[in-house]
Design a protein around this ligand. Structure first.
Ligand SMILES: *Cc1c(COP(=O)(O)O)cnc(C)c1O
Length: 369
């Protein structure tokens, strides 16, 4: 028997790679050298071995259950992050046709930029439906003003703009299959998967370590890839190969499974969703009840995962960041495109950490406000 002292873990508000549940890391530590008495680490296993296949099958079953993914969707565990899907999506689905893109911040902006490269080669048309650029992505243009195509192969948007702190809670109502980037909000609250053609998410925000991207795609969207689509980016091919066309990110995939165990223990997505609402409400209320702090995003689009805030006097930003770090509150610096501060409060951030942040903010305001 070894006795372990409580690990030194500080409140970490990093946007990504983000904090992981301490229990998950401790279990990974326990299993690191010797997985279930087999005498080897998961990262030393053949991805074709029976043990490893059981690990991946369990992770998929859990994700299907946590998100209530219907049977007519494939779940892929691939590499290349969310960013590589910006290229893979047109390669799989554009096929000389037309696609609609809604721009609501930095990430959906990058997605359309990648898609546009194919249109520039004459391989299809990319249509910008609307952009929130004019208001610095603090609001979403009203849907009645959107320039929607009649015949789009798909409609792409980002459900949660991690940098701008803007979240679209209700999926847009359009005829084309919805393709959504949920990198920073997947598993944060219940959603109806059947409303989407495809959901994708890099793992390093709400699922696990970097190196893994999860794709949930409806069967009928497979089999339309361009002939020049690389095999590794071809979703149909990867579905046939059960995400093992080549060596997958084996250890990240295993850790994702441990996070799914942890999520089940928390009571699942609906239960964690309630806590996420509380965390966000606590932080936004603190900001709104003060003239010292400010969040610019339209209320109905305020993200429950990423909360940017500024100080009335931005010459105090440096002091805020220095003192918060001294107080043991990590990674509160805002993204360089937005400035100020940002607190990312993903699933693995407990309510107590948000309370510590709020306490610090009130203290800081007392001193400098
Ligand atoms: C982090 C993030 C990405 C980029 O993810 P990578 O895995 O680094 O490619 C894309 N979209 C959103 C919404 C993100 O939060």
């Amino acid at each position: 028997m070894t006795t372990k002292s409580a690990p030194h873990r500080l409140p970490n508000f990093c946007a990504g790679p983000a904090t992981m549940p301490t229990e998950v890391l401790m279990r990974a530590q326990d299993e690191l050298l010797d997985w279930q008495g087999r005498g080897l680490s998961v990262m030393e296993m053949s991805h074709r071995s029976k043990d490893y296949m059981a690990i991946t099958a369990k992770a998929e079953t859990q994700l299907r259950s946590l998100m209530e993914i219907p049977d007519n969707y494939k779940v892929l565990f691939l590499q290349g992050g969310a960013s590589l899907q910006f290229s893979a999506i047109p390669l799989n689905l554009l096929n000389g046709g037309r696609a609609d893109y809604l721009t609501t911040g930095a990430w959906s902006g990058k997605a359309i930029k990648e898609a546009q490269r194919y249109a520039n080669l004459g391989l299809g048309d990319i249509n910008l439906v609307a952009t929130g650029k004019d208001n610095n992505f603090t609001d979403v243009p009203v849907p009645s003003d959107w320039n929607i195509s009649d015949d789009a192969a798909y409609f792409h948007y980002c459900a949660n703009e991690t940098i701008h702190g803007l979240q679209i809670f209700e999926p847009p109502v359009v005829n084309a299959p919805l393709i959504v980037d949920m990198s920073s909000c997947i598993l944060s609250q219940p959603i109806d998967v059947s409303k989407f053609g495809m959901i994708y998410a890099g793992a390093q925000k709400n699922i696990g370590p970097a190196g893994l991207v999860i794709i949930i795609i409806r069967d009928d969207l497979l089999g339309q890839a361009s002939e020049w689509c690389p095999m590794l980016l071809n979703y149909e091919h990867q579905a046939e190969k059960e995400s093992m066309s080549n060596t997958p990110a084996t250890y990240s995939w295993y850790l994702a499974g441990l996070v799914f165990d942890w999520l089940e223990q928390q009571g699942g997505v609906a239960a964690i969703g309630k806590i996420n609402q509380q965390k966000a409400a606590l932080l936004y209320d603190t900001i709104d009840n003060s003239a010292f702090y400010h969040n610019p995003v339209a209320h109905k689009y305020r993200s429950i995962m990423n909360v940017p805030f500024t100080l009335a006097d931005n010459s105090l930003d440096k002091e805020f960041l220095m003192q918060s770090e001294k107080a043991g509150l990590l990674n509160l610096k805002g993204h360089r495109d937005v400035g100020g501060m940002r607190a990312s409060i993903y699933n693995a951030v407990p309510l107590e950490w948000v309370q510590l942040l709020v306490d610090f903010m009130l203290e800081f305001e007392k001193k400098y406000g």
